[in-house]
Write a protein that binds this ligand. Structure first.
Ligand code: CP
Ligand code: NVA
Length: 311
């Protein structure tokens, strides 16, 4: 069995219908997992995972997920492979895609995974780039649906850095039709003309920017944030710590949100920086379900990319 070649490099690579299917499928796969029921549609399939940056959740969820689906996963990092010694990404793509069925890549520039995908015979999944982190938003929206139902028409408040996570939320806002509020310090805000990946007018129509983070949280159904210094930006850490003061998600911001608002963070988190301990460890936080759902969402995604829709 095989499906037409499809990559998952940005959230916009799939449509609302595909996501409806994936969320249903992830729920089914999760229920089977919880019931210790085998679900092995990918017997004899192999996933290669290429990491150029650190990871805990992404590696764990893809590796465990592929194993649970009946296949195998191979971990490669650029430090001890030829990828770290200048082998052209196009050549690597040719070789990888002759030996495995699926490739996940975590790297710096989005253009790297685009070049890999353009030379690959098998589906390529974005496991995080400087620009986007679609697998995380897949899990986050699935988590919202589990807790509160459809995200359509709801409001998500993003507090802090306009980073890879933020721009993926913005893509999701358009695809899944919800509102996105943003508040962050000057110099780290939304760049509508981001080089290579500009925000489209259709995406911008779902976005509202606020000077005051409390106003951004007002009435929100989901409040979320991320580290102030993403991987690859470590040189800016000190300047960022200064700039982002006042943008820690705290109890006051959660009080401004809807009474049944949930809090999410893709993790790893820094208590006392981007989020107060009382919020991430408090009753509105769903961060552990969110992390777990990386596993179930990506199992649905891998199955979909390799086999297409099964119901
Ligand atoms: N949220 C996330 O992608 O975590 P890791 O960096 O640990 O993979
Ligand atoms: N924005 C963060 C997410 C880590 C999962 C980073 O890119 O480092």
């Amino acid at each position: 069995m095989s499906s037409p070649l499809r990559h998952y490099l940005q959230f916009t690579d799939l449509g609302r219908d595909d996501y409806d299917y994936l969320f249903r499928r992830a729920a089914l796969i999760k229920a089977k997992f919880k019931g210790y029921e085998l679900h092995q549609p990918l017997v004899d399939r192999t996933l290669a995972m290429i990491f150029e940056k650190h990871s805990t959740r992404t590696r764990l969820s893809f590796e465990a997920g592929m194993h649970q689906l009946g296949g195998a996963a191979i971990y490669i990092n650029t430090r001890d492979s030829q990828l770290g010694r200048g082998e052209p990404i196009e050549d690597a793509a040719q070789v990888f895609s002759r030996m495995v069925d699926l490739v996940m890549i975590r790297t710096y520039g989005q253009e790297v995974i685009e070049r890999f995908a353009a030379n690959s015979r098998v589906p390529v999944i974005n496991g995080l780039t400087n620009e986007f982190h679609p697998c995380q938003i897949l899990a986050d929206v699935f988590t919202y649906i589990e807790h509160r139902g459809s995200i359509r028409g709801r409001t998500v408040a993003w507090i802090g850095d306009a980073n890879n996570m933020f721009y993926t939320w913005l893509q999701a806002a358009e695809v899944l039709d919800f509102n996105l509020h943003f508040s962050g310090p000057k110099g780290y805000g939304v760049q509508l003309d981001r080089p290579g990946y500009p925000v489209t007018p259709a995406q911008a129509a779902h976005l509202r920017e606020f000077d005051d983070p409390v106003d951004a949280c007002s009435g929100a159904h989901l409040v979320t944030t991320d580290v102030w210094t993403s991987m690859g930006f470590e040189d800016e850490k000190l300047a960022r710590e200064q700039a982002f003061r006042g943008y820690m998600v705290d109890a006051g911001m959660m009080r401004a949100a809807a009474a049944d608002a949930v809090f999410m963070h893709c993790l790893p988190a820094h208590r006392g920086e981007e989020v107060a301990a009382e919020v991430i460890d408090g009753p509105q936080s769903v961060v552990w379900d969110e992390a777990e759902n990386r596993l179930h969402g990506q199992k649905a995604l891998m199955e979909f990319l390799l086999l297409g829709r099964l119901d």
